[in-house]
Design a protein around this ligand. Structure first.
Ligand SMILES: Cc1cc2nc3c(=O)[nH]c(=O)nc-3n(C[C@H](O)[C@H](O)[C@H](O)COP(=O)(O)OP(=O)(O)OC[C@H]3O[C@@H](n4cnc5c(N)ncnc54)[C@H](O)[C@@H]3O)c2cc1C
Length: 506
């Protein structure tokens, strides 16, 4: 198959996606003659949100030789053990989706089957009592997991809440140190090959031009190359993901920082609270069919404790993905490639998986159409699996206070999601499709958080005596409680990064 050679890569955009891509590809291509240039416009700026992550991010920056401490310190980060969903199931309810397991699998049978038998026999313990991640979060405690399974301290994971601008600077420093050339200018025109339509040159507002062989479109919602130039097309998923707007604002943080993101459901949509060391990020994600922008902004303001330190910033989006993530000689990464909504903090994780696939495609400095097709296929699956997981939260809601939530509960859902719900509710099976960011424990967290349990537990569990189960599960609960009691508080853990004059930057 014909090889398209690549000597120069041009990245368009210097937001989180652009600089993450630049830093990681610079490392990947360090032993080749490929050069990487990044064009960004400081006049246009970046989207300025995207501050909650999932644990895969830590793997990503470790590959750039950055430690957790480096990133925590540089980005005023706090630790994230999961997300607390408040008022989603119904008003005054709360549950945590942790990055971690619930109980221990035994004899190849998932823990929730054992728990379910005991529960049906009248035991009042909750599934969450067996999750160290949940219990640490609930008690505002934090410790780093043991890297040595089967240690009981290895059953959870964590991510960061960080300052997006500071993280962008960290990525930019890494990229520039590795030789990426930064050009600060606005792209005014994109020139294509007259026959193939491949992108050849960018014309800048300073009169210069930039040419390349491969273009990576990290231009955000504009999708300057992928959509405005190549007219790639978009899969619109707003029939399932009804929220299409957001408003975000930063505030002073009052009180201690919880080691989790808060997702607080309102009458139409939900609000995030993301604690940083120095401030708090807030936003309200809503559906414009049901609430006006003014009303949404007022709702958000009413639900923030500390004084605001920025002006509310509005966003509009269409949930979905580009028809192709790679079209001709252009790959879209970040918001240019699609956006679902921020509910499970997946957008930056999808940037990571895109970069991973680019590295995989470029074992040699060129690519074939077969690689392009494979890339598009995998990207479509990744987005679809995340889409289903997010839809699940809306579909299972039990709120009766608005048409918005009723519509979400009654909507038809994708077949792939319907199969998963059916397999779980009938026999407690947690189906895992090949390309999934969220594993079975995450699905279990959402099902149980919404009070959805299987009709039947595994038949093998029937042979076990209830007394034996009571004893075994009681010991598990105790071991979780002991580990929580010994862990430092999240605030104690953060104190080592706080460069205040009083603690000498411990
Ligand atoms: C409301 C909201 C909340 C979110 N919350 C989360 C979250 O909690 N977790 C998460 O993982 N993700 C979240 N995201 C997504 C996350 O913000 C993005 O995935 C991430 O910031 C990457 O954005 P980007 O780099 O693709 O785009 P941007 O930050 O928009 O960057 C685009 C870049 O392109 C440049 N550019 C554009 N046009 C031109 C031009 N003509 N010439 C030159 N340069 C140009 C801009 O200057 C900029 O540098 C959220 C998104 C939204 C909208």
């Amino acid at each position: 198959m014909e090889q398209n050679p690549v000597n120069t890569i041009v990245i368009v955009g210097g937001g989180t996606a652009g600089w993450m891509t630049a830093a990681r590809l610079a490392k990947h291509f360090r032993k080749t003659s490929i050069n990487i240039r990044l064009v960004e416009s400081s006049e246009i700026g970046t989207v300025g949100v995207g501050e909650a992550t999932i644990p895969t991010l830590r793997e990503f920056y470790r590959e750039l030789d950055l430690t957790d401490d480096d990133v925590m310190r540089a980005t005023q980060a706090t630790c994230k053990l999961g997300i607390q969903f408040e008022n989603w199931h119904m008003p005054d309810s709360a549950f945590i989706h942790p990055f971690g397991l619930f109980g221990q699998t035994a004899n190849g049978i998932d823990f929730h089957h054992y728990w379910l038998k005991l529960h049906r026999a009248g035991d009042t313990s909750e599934l969450a009592d067996y999750s160290l991640g949940v219990q640490l979060a609930k008690h505002h405690r934090f410790l780093t997991p043991s890297p040595h399974p089967p240690s009981e301290l290895s059953v959870f994971d964590w991510a960061l809440h960080f300052d997006a601008a500071a993280f962008g600077r960290l990525m930019r420093d890494s990229a520039e140190r590795q030789g990426v050339e930064r050009i600060d200018a606005k792209i005014e025109e994109v020139l294509q090959h007259p026959e193939t339509g491949f992108i050849e040159t960018l014309k800048l507002d300073n009169g210069n031009t930039v040419s390349g062989d491969l273009f990576i479109d990290c231009s955000g919602f504009r999708a300057l190359l992928m959509e405005q130039t190549l007219n790639t097309g978009y899969c619109d998923w707003s029939e399932w993901l009804r929220c299409d707007r957001a408003v975000a604002v930063q505030s002073e943080r009052l009180g201690e920082a919880p080691p989790y993101t808060v997702s607080l459901a309102h009458r139409v949509g939900w609000q995030w609270r993301i604690p940083l060391q120095t401030r708090q990020g807030n936003g309200y994600v809503y559906c414009s069919d049901y609430v006006s922008d003014d009303e949404a902004t007022n709702t958000l303001k009413r639900h923030i404790d500390g004084p605001l330190i920025t002006e509310p910033k509005p966003f509009q989006f269409t949930p979905g993905r580009r028809e192709k993530a790679w079209n001709k000689n252009c790959i879209a990464v970040g918001l240019a490639s699609g956006f679902l909504e921020p509910l499970e903090s997946t957008s930056i994780a999808l940037v990571e998986t895109a970069i991973h696939k680019i590295r995989h495609a470029f074992q040699r400095p060129g690519y074939t159409q077969k690689q392009v097709d494979e890339f598009n296929d995998l990207t479509a699956q990744e987005y679809e699996r995340v889409r289903d997981f997010i839809i699940l939260h809306y579909k299972l809601n039990g709120r009766t206070d608005s048409d918005f939530w009723r519509e979400c509960r009654n909507m038809a859902i994708p077949e792939t999601l319907a199969r998963k719900i059916e397999a779980f509710t009938q026999q407690g099976e947690l189906i895992r499709y090949p390309i999934e960011i969220f594993g079975p424990a995450s699905w279990l967290a959402i099902f149980s958080g919404f009070g959805v349990y299987p009709e039947h537990y595994h038949p093998a569990v029937d042979k076990l005596d209830v007394g034996y189960l009571e004893q075994a599960l009681g010991a598990m609960r105790q071991s979780v409680a002991d580990a929580v009691a010994e862990a430092p508080t999240h605030e104690e853990y953060l104190a080592r990064f706080t460069a205040s004059p009083n603690n000498g930057g411990r």
